[in-house]
Design a protein around this ligand. Structure first.
Ligand code: PLP
Length: 436
């Protein structure tokens, strides 16, 4: 386990150099930025050696825990044997990982392209959809986040993460089916999935033959932990199938056990034609992948490769990550501990009026923080985040209005960690509600 380093710089110096040498787009949480110095499994430590429970996994990446020795050793062993070549030579780990992914992903997904990030994986998904349909436009939710490249930033509906909107005319935005704040003012299930019917009609009205793909996260992560309502994808899927529009499921945050299944889409009865993944696939070692059906893959036959795609070290890390998820039964753990945490958060929502909704699946949960009249309350969310940090718990924050407390701890977290988390949340919520 890594220990605190002796260092020759102060926090003020570091902040001043950050300003001098890093792009201004890098923002930090908290009144005073948290300086994370080292990490071990579900815990992170600041520069003074203070321990925190990591409830965000930076973001949804370290499902198997920080510094997991089994994964680091496998990646190092691979790197020491053969660090990097390129995909123009045969590379066994790359082929083995593609085979493993074909086995763990649902339906007819079977052919993989490797890259190094989620944005690239989504770009590849978009390319495959364009090649196989001969069309050039996309459909995505208004609270989606799909990446930072030019196209994926335009697929992103969240204004905060959309620095460029020059490709906006290529994207049809669907209202996010958020049952807590229904865009149509209806209530589930008496709504009979009005939102899915509307979405289908919006696609048909706008000319369905122009769409190469529909992008979706099974639970919108940055959008505020919004799970697809039960039946939504199935109903909208009928329109997609009718007009030959492939579904691209972005499993960046929901993949690799996070929701209590290998992949978030497995909670729904649909078969996406394309799936994209990154983040937890390498448990911190950069690796992204796009997997699709044989039929769609057949359209990508011109030479294509990504320099780091299939890199020995990242393949070693990803193979060990899949092994660890299986051997440690992390998927079952996410389901059981997720239910425990969700019950605890729901009990808090009964007691504290500032929590208007608790939602999510497995260990991907959100609690929406509101004012007395139900309006989103980002200031109070920040106050809770700050006080929880002071007590040794680093929570996430998501949502269009940044008012959703987000709980995505490494899946190696223990029940006693979650009990401590809930105990401390009670104290903090009581203080925040009393105006302290
Ligand atoms: C759902 C989703 N898709 C895509 C991305 C982009 O991934 P990356 O930052 O690895 O490019 C993210 C990143 O947060 C994400 O949450």
């Amino acid at each position: 386990m890594a220990t605190t380093q002796s260092r020759s710089t102060t926090k003020d110096e570091l902040l001043s150099k950050k300003k001098q040498f890093l792009m201004p787009c890098y923002f930090t949480f908290y009144r005073e930025p948290l300086w994370i110095d080292r990490a071990w499994m579900q815990y992170i430590y600041d520069e003074k050696g203070r321990k925190y429970l990591d409830c965000f996994s930076g973001v949804g990446v370290v499902n198997c825990g920080h510094g997991n020795p089994a994964i680091i050793e496998a990646a190092s062993a691979r790197a020491l044997t053969l660090d990097h070549t390129t995909s123009i030579y045969l590379n066994e780990p790359m082929i083995r990982l593609a085979e493993r992914l074909a086995n763990v992903t649902p339906g007819g997904l079977g052919k993989t392209f490797f890259c190094s990030s989620g944005s690239e994986a989504n770009e590849t998904g978009a390319l495959l959809a364009m090649l196989s349909t001969g069309r050039g436009k996309f459909i995505a939710f208004d609270a989606a986040l799909h990446g930072r490249t030019l196209l994926t930033m335009n697929l992103t509906g969240l204004a905060m993460w959309q620095t460029d909107d020059s490709l906006a005319e290529r994207v049809l935005r669907l209202p996010t089916p958020n049952c807590h704040r229904c865009p149509f003012g209806k209530a589930y299930p008496s709504c009979s999935l009005h939102c899915a019917r509307e979405a289908g009609e919006q696609i048909v009205r706008s000319g369905p033959d122009q769409y190469a793909a529909f992008f979706c996260e099974p639970i919108l992560g940055n959008g505020g932990i919004i799970p697809m309502p039960e039946g939504y994808l199935e109903l909208l899927g009928e329109t997609l199938t009718e007009y030959g529009i492939p579904m691209i499921v972005d499993e960046m945050q929901t993949g690799f056990g996070r929701t209590g299944r290998w992949f978030g889409i497995e909670h729904h009865s649909v078969e996406p034609e394309i799936m994209t993944m990154a983040k937890a696939l390498g448990n911190g070692v950069p690796v992204g992948a796009t997997i699709c059906t044989d039929k769609i893959a057949a359209s990508y036959s011109k030479p294509g490769a990504s320099t780091f795609g299939g890199n020995g070290m990242s393949m070693g890390a990803a193979l060990a990550t899949l092994d660890w998820i299986e051997s440690e039964r992390l998927i079952q753990k996410a389901e059981t501990l997720g239910a425990f945490l969700a019950d605890g958060l729901r009990a808090l929502a009964e007691r504290f009026g500032c929590i208007s909704d608790v939602r999510g699946r497995g260990l991907m949960l959100g609690a929406e923080i509101v004012e007395a009249d139900g309006i989103e309350d980002p200031e109070r969310t920040d106050a809770i985040l700050e006080k929880m940090k002071d007590r040794g718990f680093v929570l996430g924050k998501t949502g269009e209005r940044r008012n959703v407390l987000t709980f995505m701890p490494p899946l190696v977290v223990e029940q006693r960690d979650l009990e401590e988390l809930l105990k401390n949340l009670i104290l903090v919520l009581a203080r925040v509600e009393s105006g302290e």
